[in-house]
Ligand binder design. Structure first.
Ligand SMILES: Cc1cc2nc3c(=O)[nH]c(=O)nc-3n(C[C@H](O)[C@H](O)[C@H](O)COP(=O)(O)OP(=O)(O)OC[C@H]3O[C@@H](n4cnc5c(N)ncnc54)[C@H](O)[C@@H]3O)c2cc1C
Ligand SMILES: Cc1ncc(C[n+]2csc(CCOP(=O)(O)OP(=O)(O)O)c2C)c(N)n1
Ligand SMILES: [Mg+2]
Length: 574
């Protein structure tokens, strides 16, 4: 039998080592799913919503560093991928999306389900092309994959169902090489300038991010030579925080006061592999130096005095021999002391002795941290679970943490856990879900049974969109539209084939987390947590303080005294 375009497409995916495709089937995808059906080396992971498929592919790509694939049928099917693809693209993980298209002879007629994927996905991809003739396969697909891999991000191939079913012209993949991994280093002259700037500074702080992955040893050696505290940005947490005597925590609104002050009190700030986005957390008067793999990233977030293009490992290796040992220790010691205090203060918020309701969410995160496996993979929803994950999960070089940190989309944790577990069958995968986030893509709870994914979901049930409520309070707006009249998630879990547990008091929590984690299958623990758990910014800026009191005033005027007492009890009097 002649090879079809769809078969060739699957051959190309296999050549690249793709092991699964996440998606929802549909008429226009029939050729491709039918070809996947006949292969043993590639699996169709059937999600219940295409957005979940895209998030899942993104999580797989994040964990493996390799290309992951999702697919949607024509029109609404692939349109549903879009929010997840934005997340993948902005997190720079290599993902290929196959967007099936309506019959090729109908394009441009306003046909049933017609959309224009080339336009729709333009903003969330590096490459997006329509395959309108069998001759274009495999070249267009291979260009798409190469682009996703080398530029790190999303590439989309739109392909009409009829084209996928036609006889292929080419018969085999054209590209047969492993992913190139070049070393990128600033020139020797540039390294000398960089060394000179660092050698003449005494109070140096390093701000590291996800671009420090794979360069832990070099980073620690650098900090030792410079006597520099290391602050990390959120996406760098899993790569920087562990085995790190120079760690002073994260900065930013969810950060530690120690991270904030180490940045603000330095004479020279050395940014390495980070795109930490919040301008107001950068020092005004310090000399700022940045190293990034991508030139276009230099100076995006703050004024910049020196910028260098290089990958972290190669650059630091070349730089280290040029550096003198900094003998000035005061800045580092002050920063470390501050960190110990900040850590202690946060840990005190995460203790719980009584059976008093409701449970503090910090305590939930602390217990999870304590009981999770050495190599657990955590996902955390955008909302307050991101705060608890940032502050209470300890990384060790084996654990991983995934969120929607750059795109900031709700409902990411469950579908990302699906991608993590599908690609890492033997690992413990824990989703720290918000009650709002879980509900948003709740249909994909069914995927856990469908694919026997033993994910553990911990639901922070605060009956609200609490993060937004917090933002409203800080802005001096009376919270509105944030209350959730929630279902009993344990019953929903049970109906979906999961073990369902509910913790109402702190003393129930530990045994339930232990039970869920050791359960041989998927489990959901709904934890009734307090709603008003303020996450104090490292520094309260005047605007926020003003807003906060304004909220109180409005609340009083509106007769909501209860809430203030609650707020005071939880935050101010602890
Ligand atoms: C609700 C919410 C609140 C948040 N609050 C905070 C907060 O308080 N604090 C915080 O830190 N974050 C916070 N975040 C996350 C924040 O939005 C950013 O996503 C995060 O700070 C970016 O982390 P990063 O710089 O490590 O990663 P990225 O933004 O991914 O940046 C990585 C950089 O490294 C470069 N790079 C990649 N590979 C290499 C290499 N090999 N060598 C050199 N460079 C390389 C890239 O070009 C890029 O510039 C929050 C997110 C959410 C959803
Ligand atoms: C898709 C999407 N819609 C809305 C928002 C705005 N938003 C950010 S956090 C949040 C609340 C999340 O609520 P929940 O999942 O219950 O977590 P909580 O903060 O209550 O712990 C909302 C609505 C968003 N980031 N993404
Ligand atoms: Mg909530």
């Amino acid at each position: 039998m002649a090879k079809r375009v769809a078969d060739l497409l699957v051959d190309v995916l296999l050549e690249e080592g793709v092991e699964r495709v996440y998606g929802v089937s549909g008429d226009s995808l029939n050729g491709i799913t039918d070809s996947i059906r006949t292969r043993t080396e590639i699996q169709w992971v059937h999600t219940r919503h295409e957005e979940a498929a895209a998030f899942a592919a993104g999580a797989e790509a994040h964990l493996t560093g390799k290309l992951a694939v999702c697919a949607g049928s024509c029109g609404p099917g692939n349109l549903h991928l879009i929010n997840g693809l934005y997340d993948c693209h902005r997190s720079r993980v290599p993902v290929l999306a196959i967007a099936a298209q309506i019959p090729s002879n109908e394009i441009g007629s306003g046909y049933f389900q017609e959309t224009r994927p080339e336009h729709l996905f333009a903003q969330c991809s590096h490459y997006c092309e329509l395959v309108s003739h069998p001759d274009q396969m495999p070249r267009v697909l291979e260009i798409a994959m190469q682009t996703a891999i080398s530029r790190r991000g999303v590439a989309v191939v739109a392909i009409p169902g009829d084209v996928a079913m036609r006889d292929a012209v080419e018969q085999v993949p054209r590209l047969h090489f492993p992913e190139p991994r070049p070393s990128v280093c600033p020139s020797d002259d540039e390294l000398n300038i960089l060394a000179k700037v660092l050698n003449r500074s005494r109070r140096i702080t390093i701000l590291g991010g996800a671009g420090c992955a794979g360069a832990h040893k070099e980073l620690i050696e650098l900090a030792g030579k410079l006597q520099a505290p290391i602050v990390h940005a959120m996406r760098g947490k899993e790569f920087i925080e562990y085995d790190n005597p120079f760690d002073v925590g994260m900065t930013g609104l969810l950060g530690f006061s120690s991270g904030f002050h180490a940045m603000m009190n330095c004479e020279t700030l050395l940014m390495i592999g980070t795109d930490f986005p919040y301008q107001q957390f950068f020092p005004q008067d310090a000399t700022i130096v940045q190293i990034d793999l991508r030139g276009e990233q230099l100076g995006r977030r703050s004024k910049l005095d020196f910028g260098f293009v290089g990958d972290t490992k190669t650059t630091l290796r070349a730089l280290l021999p040029k550096l003198k040992q900094n003998e000035y220790e005061v800045h580092l010691n002050e920063s470390l002391e501050h960190y110990q205090k900040a850590r202690k203060d946060l840990d005190e918020l995460a203790t719980e002795h009584s059976s008093k309701k409701p449970i503090h969410p910090q305590y939930v995160a602390r217990l999870l941290n304590q009981f999770a496996a050495e190599d657990a993979i955590f996902t955390c929803d955008v909302g307050t679970p991101t705060i608890w994950a940032a502050r209470y999960l300890t990384m060790n070089g084996k654990r991983r943490i995934i969120g929607s940190f750059t795109h900031g989309s709700m409902a990411n944790a469950l579908p990302q856990a699906i991608g993590a577990q599908a690609s890492h069958r033997g690992r413990q995968v824990i989703s720290m879900s918000g009650d709002g986030g879980l509900a948003m893509l709740m249909g994909d709870l069914l995927t856990l049974r469908q694919h026997q994914l033993p994910i553990k979901l911990i639901v922070f049930k605060n009956d609200s969109l609490a993060f937004v409520e917090l933002e409203m309070k800080a802005a001096g707006i009376l919270d509105f539209g944030t209350h959730l009249r929630n279902p009993d998630f344990t019953k929903i879990a049970e109906g979906a084939g999961l073990l369902g547990l509910r913790a109402e008091t702190p003393d129930q929590l530990q045994p339930m987390i232990a039970q869920a984690l050791s359960h041989n299958g998927p489990a959901l623990v709904e934890v009734l947590v307090s709603r008003q758990e303020l996450s104090m910014p490292p520094t309260i800026i005047y605007e926020q303080a003003k807003g906060f009191s304004l909220f109180m005033l409005k609340a009083v005027l509106n007769g909501r005294g209860d809430e203030i007492i609650d707020l005071a009890r939880v935050n101010l009097l602890r």
